[in-house]
Design a protein around this ligand. Structure first.
Ligand code: PEP
Length: 248
């Protein structure tokens, strides 16, 4: 049985005050949460979150990493820096990184490799745009995104990778994939993993992301192949986020 995982992606939304309120609010409601819960904070706030979540069930993640270990890469964050703040997770290949910062499937695969090499668990994001879905290309796009990672790190590495299926048209739009659309995509992803290794396909967690909220979480998380959620907007309010964590 795959454990339900709920990860919050705060994106570029935080201040010292809101981080404090948000994390304290989540911690106050964690007692009856059975899911694994991860918060992915903006880099400048990771130290603050690390201090707040000590000895709790909350886990810390970063939102991106640079493939280099150190050096002249102004503004970038390395895997070692992420680990230095007690984080075990890192989002890789979020659609905003792909579309706004030109991250190709190959770049994303390289980042997955660097995360794994450094003992971080990548939350590896994949998903199609609206055009790609409407032209019948969802499976093709998602396959290429996954294949780039399999080609570089091998299928066995998926023991330590969490996949997040995030249809781009559902991210931050308030338009959620229907449970059937999401389940179909997740089943397709799992079948692709199974073609390479049946055991890995059964154990790999595949999260859904795209306007998940307290109103739709129970139905989405109830689908056979949906193992949790990557949550953007609704992860910024502790009550909403906790309701999603409890829905799993
Ligand atoms: C995301 O950014 O990964 C995401 C799923 O955002 P939202 O929940 O706001 O759609």
């Amino acid at each position: 049985m795959r454990q339900v995982i709920v990860a919050g992606n705060w994106k570029m939304n935080a201040s010292k005050e809101t981080v404090n309120t948000l994390v304290m609010g989540i911690l106050a409601g964690m007692a009856d949460v059975k899911s694994k819960v991860i918060v992915c904070a903006p880099a400048p706030y990771m130290s603050q979150v690390e201090a707040l979540i000590t000895h709790s069930q909350l886990n810390l993640g970063a939102q991106d990493l640079n493939v280099n270990a150190s050096g002249a890469f102004t503004g970038e964050v390395s895997a070692d820096m992420i680990k230095d703040f007690g984080a075990q997770y890192v989002i890789v290949g979020h659609s905003e990184r792909r579309s706004l910062y030109g991250e190709t499937d190959d770049v994303v695969a390289h980042k997955v490799q660097v995360a794994l090499d450094n003992g971080l668990t990548p939350l590896f994001c994949i998903g199609e745009t609206l055009d790609e879905r409407e032209s019948g290309n969802m499976e093709n796009v998602v396959s290429l995104q996954i294949q780039a990672v399999i080609d570089l790190v091998g299928i066995e590495a998926f023991k330590n990778i969490i996949i997040a299926y995030e249809p781009v048209w559902a991210i931050g739009t308030g338009v959620t994939a229907t449970p059937q659309q999401a389940q179909d995509a997740h089943a397709f992803i799992r079948s692709m993993l199974a073609q390479n290794n049946a055991d890995i396909a059964q154990t790999c967690s595949i999260l859904y992301g795209g306007s998940m909220n307290p109103g739709n979480a129970t139905e989405l998380l109830g689908c056979e192949d949906i193992d949790g959620g990557l949550i953007g907007g609704a992860s910024l309010k502790s009550d909403d986020f906790l309701q999603i964590c409890k829905a799993g």
